[in-house]
Design a protein around this ligand. Structure first.
Ligand SMILES: *Cc1c(COP(=O)(O)O)cnc(C)c1O
Length: 387
C-alpha cells in the first residue's frame, strides 16, 4: 500500500520524468524590463507589467504616503472595520473610469473569480466556459457546484448549441477577454448576444486587457464598445495596473449581491490601504498612457514581423502576449535556456498550463521595452526553429 509520503514522492518523480517540474526563480530586483536573476542582469520578456508601472515612482510614492497615513495592515475584513477610505475611493474611481455603476475590490483576481462565480451559481446552475480559460475560472466553477460545460476555444457555434439545452437554474458564460497563454481575444459581442438570448450572465475576465486595450486603457469592453447589465467585468490590478488585487464592476444590483455573498471578499482581511492608494495613482497613469500603448502596439508589430520572417510559428494574437509555439517540453526548455544564456529571459510554458504538445515560449512585451530590446530578442531567435 502506498502511504501519504510515498504518494507525493511518486507524484514528484513522475512530474520530473515528463520534464514538467517547475521551480521558482528568485528575482533579485524589482519587476521590469531589466531584472537581476542568479546574480546576472537579464533583459526580460516575462512580466505582465505591460505599462512598466510596477516600479513607477508615482505609485511607490503614493504607497509610501498611504503607509505613513494608514499603516500597513487593514486589520479587519471589509464588512467589519477594514473598509477604509482609500479602498472606497479606489472602487468609486474605478467604476467611474470604466463607466460602470458600481465596483467591488478583491485581494486577487483568483479570489475575485472564485467569489463572483460561487455567489451567483449553485448546483442548479450551468457555467459555459472556453476551454482555454484561466485556471481560476475553472476552479471557481468547481467551488460553485454548478455544472461546467466547456466549449472548444473561441467556438461560438458550439457554445450556441450547448446553450440550447433548457436549464432551470442560473446560467453564466465566462471567458478570458484576452487569453493568457495565447494572447488572442474573445468575441465579446457574439458572447453577449448569446447571453441576452438565454438570460445568462457574462463574466469577462480582463486580466490582460485592462490598462492595455480600449480608449484610455479602459479595457476590452471599451474596445468592443459593449455595455450591458448582464456583463460582470473583472479586472486584475497586478498586471498592467502594476500593483495587486482585482476589481469586479457591473450593475448596482450585481455589486449589492456580491457584497452580501462573495465569500472571498467577505471572509478575508481587506488588502492594505496603501495598495488602493497606489491603484488610484495608477488609474491616472493608465488613462494618460496613450503614447505608451501606441509604442506597445508598434513593438508587437515589430516582433511579429521579425519572428515570422525567421520562420517561427506565431499565434493569432495582436496583444502584448506573443507566444512562439514550440511543441514538446524539452525543446521549449532548451530554447528558453539558450535565450537565457544570451542574457534574455523568456518563460517556457508547458502543460498543464497549456494543452499537451503545445509547449511554447510566452513572450510578453511591455511599453517599457525599447525597439532595440525587441531587436535584441529577434537577433537571438534569428535562426528560426530548425537551428
Ligand atoms: C492573472 C490572471 C488571473 C488571476 O489574477 P491574480 O490577481 O494574479 O490572482 C485571473 N484571470 C486571468 C485571465 C489571469 O491572467
Amino acid at each position: 500500500m502506498t502511504d501519504s509520503f510515498t504518494r507525493l514522492q511518486d507524484g514528484l518523480d513522475s512530474i520530473k520524468q515528463t520534464r514538467s517540474l517547475r521551480r521558482r526563480r528568485v528575482l533579485e530586483s524589482g519587476q521590469g524590463v531589466h531584472v537581476q536573476l542568479d546574480g546576472r542582469p537579464l533583459l526580460s520578456f516575462c512580466s505582465n507589467d505591460y505599462l512598466g508601472l510596477a516600479t513607477h515612482p508615482a505609485l511607490v510614492q503614493a504607497a509610501q504616503a498611504a503607509a505613513a497615513r494608514w499603516g500597513v495592515g487593514a486589520g479587519a475584513s471589509h464588512l467589519v472595520t477594514g473598509h477604509q477610505q482609500a479602498h472606497h475611493d479606489f472602487e468609486t474611481a474605478f467604476a467611474g473610469f470604466v463607466g460602470l455603476p458600481s465596483a467591488l475590490l478583491f485581494s486577487t483576481g483568483y479570489m475575485a473569480n472564485l467569489g463572483v462565480v460561487s455567489a451567483l451559481l449553485d448546483r442548479h446552475g450551468v457555467i459555459y466556459a472556453d476551454r482555454l480559460n484561466h485556471a481560476s475560472l475553472n476552479d471557481a466553477a468547481v467551488l460553485s457546484r454548478a455544472r461546467l460545460a466547456r466549449f472548444p476555444h473561441g467556438d461560438i457555434d458550439a457554445l450556441a448549441r450547448l446553450m440550447r439545452e433548457p436549464v432551470h437554474g442560473t446560467r453564466l458564460v465566462m471567458v478570458d477577454a484576452v487569453f493568457s497563454m495565447d494572447g488572442d481575444q474573445a468575441d465579446l459581442p457574439a458572447l453577449l448576444a448569446l447571453c441576452e438570448q438565454h438570460d445568462a450572465w457574462l463574466l469577462v475576465d480582463d486580466a490582460h486587457g485592462f490598462g492595455v486595450l480600449g480608449a484610455g486603457g479602459r479595457g476590452s469592453l471599451a474596445q468592443a464598445g459593449l455595455a450591458s447589465p448582464r456583463i460582470i467585468y473583472m479586472a486584475t490590478l497586478g498586471k498592467a495596473a502594476g500593483v495587486s488585487g482585482a476589481v469586479v464592476a457591473g450593475s448596482r444590483l450585481l455589486i449589492d449581491w456580491l457584497v452580501q455573498k462573495a465569500r472571498t471578499a467577505i471572509y478575508t482581511t481587506a488588502s492594505p490601504a496603501m495598495l488602493s492608494a497606489a491603484l488610484l495613482a495608477s488609474l491616472e497613469l493608465i488613462e494618460a498612457a496613450d503614447e505608451a500603448r501606441l509604442h506597445l502596439a508598434k513593438l508587437v508589430a515589430q516582433l511579429r514581423t521579425g519572428l515570422s520572417c525567421a520562420g517561427w510559428q506565431l499565434m493569432d494574437s495582436t496583444t502584448p502576449i506573443q507566444p512562439v509555439l514550440v511543441g514538446n517540453n524539452d525543446a521549449a526548455l532548451a530554447l528558453a535556456a539558450r535565450l537565457e544564456h544570451a542574457g534574455i529571459l523568456v518563460p517556457a510554458i508547458r502543460p498543464p498550463t497549456v494543452p499537451e504538445g503545445t509547449a511554447r515560449l510566452r513572450i510578453s512585451l511591455s511599453a517599457a521595452h525599447r525597439t532595440e530590446d525587441v531587436d535584441c530578442l529577434l537577433n537571438a531567435l534569428q535562426g528560426g526553429p530548425q537551428q
